[in-house]
Design a protein around this ligand. Structure first.
Ligand code: PLP
Length: 376
């Protein structure tokens, strides 16, 4: 059986990994500044993570949500302590798209409205509702068209935001903490505050998609926390499980749960919880938030000295390096000549870097050196 060929892939079979490095089948080492789409938060194969998962597997790996699972409560407790949303609730699922799907559904249940406001160049996933609020028609099949009303407005445009909300028919505004796939554009703190107050005024919920920008990647637990704003619903995935498929939505106490409102077979299983708990323990024990800020400052300062870089976007260790021209050749050169994995974005001039949050200045210096050689 052939694989259904939907991915343009690098012809490099990665067979092992440790910390910030991955290794191919010939044991060639690569510096991983991409973490498989921003998933690797605490580094590959962290010993504590491996131990937690092994121990859990030896006890029980799976049972469904038909029984109480204290490990889910343990995870919720740790998460609330670190993310600062202590009076909110947690619903666990399996992927970023599914988290957004459930967040939209909750907003519609709560407000009894159908319209969603989203942003130009946004990406929220490939399932039906998540795709409908993603600004990329080329990903849609006919079945996805006209699913429910969505208005795409420009990021940081207050006038467009106000116009879209003033009829009071909007269930939610959904915004990425930092746009990932789109190309690392961020809502300003001032704009996020405005979105939050307009949502309150016009009876819409504020959903922040922190699937990529969450879990300390931006230098705060959630990227929107740089603005001081509180969201009604936050969606998380990627870094949450460091590669174990797990996602969640964090829900304001005003939204009351009812049996059957949301559901999943696999979501919140024992292994997913063990992986997520290990990630949070490592984030805390190794003070990774401090590390993100330290390494980020170093990288930003170094990048600022390279003349051909026109813009440095993003926060923390979710950075976009914008050139005047496309980054295609740069990305290939970094990979094949310097053995460094990086990412791209919809914006063809932006190189996206999402290294493990454990990366040290010493380790990232190799990237800075390579960039300086290539872009000199
Ligand atoms: C901001 C954001 N939301 C949602 C998703 C979808 O997540 P998943 O691929 O886990 O469904 C992504 C994936 O890249 C993302 O970056």
């Amino acid at each position: 059986m052939n694989l259904f060929n939907v991915y343009p892939r690098f012809d490099i079979p990665i067979t092992a990994a440790k910390g910030v490095y991955v290794y191919d089948d010939k044991n060639q080492k690569y510096l991983d500044l991409y973490g498989g789409h921003g998933v690797i938060s605490i580094g590959h194969n962290h010993p504590h993570y491996v131990k937690r998962l092994k121990q859990q597997m030896e006890k029980i790996s799976f049972y469904s949500n038909s029984v109480v699972m204290p490990i889910q409560e343990e995870l919720a407790g740790l998460l609330s302590k670190q993310c600062g949303y202590s009076d909110y609730s947690l619903f666990l699922c399996n992927s970023g798209a599914e988290a957004n799907e459930n967040a939209l559904k909750l907003a519609s249940f709560y407000t009894n409205k159908r319209k969603i406001v989203s942003f130009k160049n946004s990406f929220h996933g490939r399932t039906a509702a998540a795709l409908n609020i993603t600004d990329n028609l080329s990903l849609s099949a006919p079945i996805n068209h006209n699913n429910f009303p969505v208005e795409f407005i420009e990021l940081n445009n207050k006038v467009q935001l106000l116009n879209s909300l003033k009829n009071e028919d909007v269930a939610a505004v959904i915004i990425e903490g930092i746009q990932g796939v789109g190309g690392l554009d961020s809502p300003t703190n001032d704009f996020l505050k405005y979105v939050s107050s307009c949502c309150d005024q016009y009876g819409a919920l504020l959903i922040v998609d922190e699937v990529q920008s969450g879990y300390c990647r931006s230098g705060k637990f959630f990227a929107h926390q740089h603005s001081g704003v509180k969201a009604d619903i936050i969606t998380v995935a990627k870094g949450m499980g460091n590669g174990f498929p797990v996602a969640g939505i964090i829900i304001h106490p005003k939204i009351e749960a009812k049996y059957g409102m949301l559901g999943t077979t696999f979501g919140g299983n024992y292994l997913a919880c063990a992986a997520s708990i290990a990630v949070l323990e490592i984030i805390e024990n190794e003070a990774l938030l401090d590390n993100v800020r330290l390494v980020s400052d170093y990288v930003k300062n170094e990048l600022a000295t390279i003349k051909s870089i026109s813009k440095i976007k993003g926060e923390g260790l979710m950075l976009g390096i914008e050139l005047e021209a496309t980054i295609k050749d740069l990305q290939k050169e970094l990979l094949y000549n310097y053995k460094i994995f990086t990412g791209s974005a919809n914006n063809p001039n932006v190189l996206r870097i999402l290294p493990p949050l454990t990366i040290t200045i010493k380790e990232i210096q190799m990237f800075i050196k390579a960039l300086k050689m290539i872009l000199k």
